[in-house]
Design a protein around this ligand. Structure first.
Ligand SMILES: [Fe+2]
Length: 341
C-alpha cells in the first residue's frame, strides 16, 4: 500500500530569483501600467490599494537591506525544504501546480490536468520567446529554467493513469495527457514545463530527482477556474487514491506557488498557513473566490495539497514566511514555506 511520507508547500515567485535592486522593474509596472489587482477579495487599481494601506508603511519594509535580508532567509528556507525532500527519500512525487499561459494558451485551458508522460522537458526560452516577456521576468529565469540545454525529468505514467482513473470514478472530470503539450512556439513565451514545475525541479529536486506526476489546475484564468472547495475535494480524492494504490510506494505531495501576490496580504497568508497546519479547512474555505485571483489563485494548489494530506497522519508546520514588498502599496510576492512530516 502506498503512503504519503512528506508534504511540501513552496512559493515559486520569480521575485525569489530577482536581485533585490532589480525589484523596481516590476514595481514600476505595478504602479504604472494599470494591471488590475485583487485585495481583500476585490478587484481594484494600484492607487486604490495604496490608498487603503498607506498607514502600513510598506515603503520602509521595501528598503534594500530588508529586501536582501528577506531574500536570504527565503533561500535558506528553500534549501531546508530541498534537504527535507532528499532525506525523506520518496519513491515518487505528486506536484499540484498551475500553468500561467506557458503551456496552455487560448487554444484550450483544462480546469484540471493530470499528466502521465514518461518524461517532461524543461526548456530554456528561445530568443524570440524572450522578446514576448513582460519586463523583469527574464532576469529570474535562472530559478526555474535550464541555462542552455533542455533538461529531462522522469514522470510516473502508471501512477498518473491510476490517479486520473480513480478521481474520475469519484466524479472529477479531469483532463489526462500522456504526451507533453508544447504550445505554438511563435505565440508562446516558453516551450517546456511551466515555472510552477520548473521551480520544483531546480530548487527542490536539485540532484535528487524523483519520478513525478504534475497535477495542473487552471487557477488563473476565467472562465473555468475550479473553486477552492473543489480543489480541496480533488486533493482529498488524490490522498485517498494514494492510500488505495497497491504498490508499496513512498509519496511526497508538493504544492507549488502562492501565497498572496501581487498584492501581498500577510495577515491572510498567515491565517491560511495556520488553518492548514491545524487542518481547519472549514475556516479556510470561508474565504470567497475573490481572495483566490491573479497570483493569489495559486493558493488553490496548497488547498489541494492540504486535502491530500488528510488521513496521512502527518503534521503541518510553517517553515518560514517573508513578505517581499516592492512598492508603497505593499505589492510584490509572499515567500511561504511549509512542510507536513
Ligand atoms: Fe506562478
Amino acid at each position: 500500500m502506498a503512503r504519503i511520507v512528506l508534504g511540501i508547500g513552496c512559493a515559486h515567485t520569480p521575485q525569489l530569483h530577482t536581485p533585490a535592486d532589480k525589484w523596481d522593474i516590476r514595481a514600476k509596472r505595478d504602479i504604472a501600467d494599470g494591471v488590475p489587482m485583487w485585495y481583500h477579495g476585490e478587484r481594484m487599481t494600484y492607487a486604490d490599494v495604496e490608498g487603503k494601506r498607506r498607514h502600513l508603511n510598506f515603503l520602509e519594509q521595501s528598503e534594500m537591506s530588508i529586501r536582501r535580508e528577506r531574500l536570504a532567509k527565503s533561500y535558506r528556507a528553500v534549501d531546508q525544504l530541498s534537504e527535507i525532500f532528499a532525506a525523506a527519500k520518496p519513491d515518487a512525487t505528486i506536484i499540484f501546480g498551475n500553468d500561467q499561459a506557458e503551456m496552455f494558451l487560448d487554444d484550450i485551458k483544462p480546469a484540471f490536468t493530470i499528466m502521465g508522460c514518461q518524461e517532461f522537458e524543461n526548456m530554456p526560452r528561445t530568443d524570440d520567446q524572450k522578446t514576448r516577456l513582460p519586463p523583469g521576468i527574464e532576469l529570474s529565469d535562472v530559478g526555474h529554467l535550464p541555462d542552455k540545454d533542455t533538461s529531462v525529468y522522469p514522470g510516473h505514467p502508471e501512477l498518473a493513469k491510476y490517479l486520473a482513473n480513480f478521481v474520475t470514478l469519484k466524479n472529477f472530470d479531469v483532463a489526462y495527457s500522456s504526451r507533453q503539450f508544447h504550445p505554438d512556439p511563435t505565440r508562446s513565451q516558453l516551450g517546456g514545463m511551466p515555472h510552477s514545475y520548473g521551480f520544483i525541479y531546480k530548487q527542490i529536486f536539485r540532484e535528487y530527482v524523483r519520478p513525478h506526476v504534475p497535477i495542473d489546475t487552471n487557477t488563473f484564468f476565467s472562465p473555468n477556474q475550479p473553486q477552492a472547495p473543489r480543489c480541496y475535494a480533488l486533493g482529498q480524492a488524490i490522498g485517498e487514491a494514494v492510500r488505495a494504490w497497491a504498490d508499496d510506494l513512498r509519496i511526497c505531495i508538493i504544492a507549488s506557488g502562492g501565497l498572496s501576490h501581487s498584492v501581498v496580504d500577510e495577515e491572510f497568508d498567515r491565517d491560511i498557513m495556520q488553518a492548514m497546519a491545524k487542518n481547519d479547512f472549514e475556516h479556510l474555505l470561508t474565504y470567497h473566490e475573490g481572495y483566490y485571483q491573479a497570483g493569489s489563485s495559486e493558493i488553490k494548489s496548497w488547498i489541494s495539497a492540504g486535502g491530500a494530506m488528510q488521513g496521512s497522519n502527518l503534521k503541518g508546520q510553517i517553515v518560514d514566511y517573508h513578505a517581499l514588498y516592492r512598492t508603497p502599496a505593499g505589492t510584490g510576492s509572499s515567500a511561504a514555506f511549509m512542510v507536513w512530516q
